[in-house]
Design a protein around this ligand. Structure first.
Ligand code: 6PG
Length: 249
């Protein structure tokens, strides 16, 4: 059995209360880390689940009491579309949050979806190397937000794609077919994600209940359930879900 201890799982009544709860958790974590180190390395996720969270963070009290200028923004994955496209994870975060709070442009490290997938992955790898400590090719992120697909994928780590997932690369280009979303993508791999200090899965909705149950309580099956590969080596893993998503636990 592959069971997480209870304290890693936090269940909220619905997406709205989940989003409010995560906004407070995020705000507290940023202030703590910025007080300690003067910066915060944040990985944003795409998809629809974090949209309410981004909107909450873009308005008072969070828009005024989080040290936005101290945060470096990265993405867990990106679709290979131009940054102006409505399918772009960067566009979504920029429209809902980054354009509304006091971030520094030089701290926004988007994946260049306008490039060919392999070139976009190479460019993002260079970005990660630049912000990493000397002997590393990727930094230790302070917080990685992840979603979960109803097929068990996370970021752009899709079921059945065993070979890329065995990679030692922190960033790869992949193809993933899901809900008609763009197929060509760039994604962080478990190598980079598992080095983070904190990883928060945000999961909402009945359509995720089966994938959530199988991922956190089912047998270990890394090929069919890539989110099971997310096990921070020296960090906190939290599953922050709503009642509908938790309905099969
Ligand atoms: C993407 C996301 C992806 C997402 C899941 C869940 O590029 O689509 O990064 O991994 O988090 O597919 O998506 P929803 O939140 O829309 O259910």
């Amino acid at each position: 059995m592959f069971v997480l201890s209870e304290h890693d799982l936090r269940v909220f009544p619905n997406l709205e209360t989940l989003s409010h709860g995560v906004a407070v958790l995020f705000s507290d974590l940023v202030k703590e880390k910025v007080h300690e180190r003067g910066e915060f390395l944040l990985v944003l996720s795409g998809g629809s689940t974090p949209q309410m969270l981004y909107r909450l963070l873009s308005a008072p009290p969070h828009s005024t009491n989080i040290p936005w200028k101290k945060i470096h923004f990265f993405w867990g994955d990106e679709r290979c579309v131009p940054p102006q496209s409505n399918k772009s994870n960067f566009k979504q975060a920029h429209q809902l949050l980054l354009s509304k709070v006091n971030v520094l442009d030089e701290n926004v490290h988007r994946i260049k979806g306008e490039l060919e997938p392999e070139n976009a992955a190479r460019d993002y790898q260079q970005t990660l190397t630049k912000v990493a400590p000397n002997n590393r090719t990727y930094p230790r992120f302070d917080l990685v937000f992840l979603g979960l697909g109803s097929d068990g994928h996370t970021a752009s780590l899709f079921p059945g794609k065993m070979s890329p997932l065995e990679t030692q690369e922190p960033v790869i280009a992949v193809k993933g077919d899901y809900q008609g979303r763009p197929a060509n993508r760039v994604t962080l791999t478990p190598i980079a994600i598992n080095n983070a200090a904190n990883v928060m899965f945000l999961v909402s909705g009945k359509d995720k209940a089966k994938a959530l149950k199988e991922t956190i309580t089912g047998d270990r099956d890394l090929k069919s359930l890539p989110a099971q590969r997310i096990q921070p080596s020296d960090g906190n893993l939290m599953w922050i879900v709503d009642k509908a998503a938790a309905s099969e636990l």
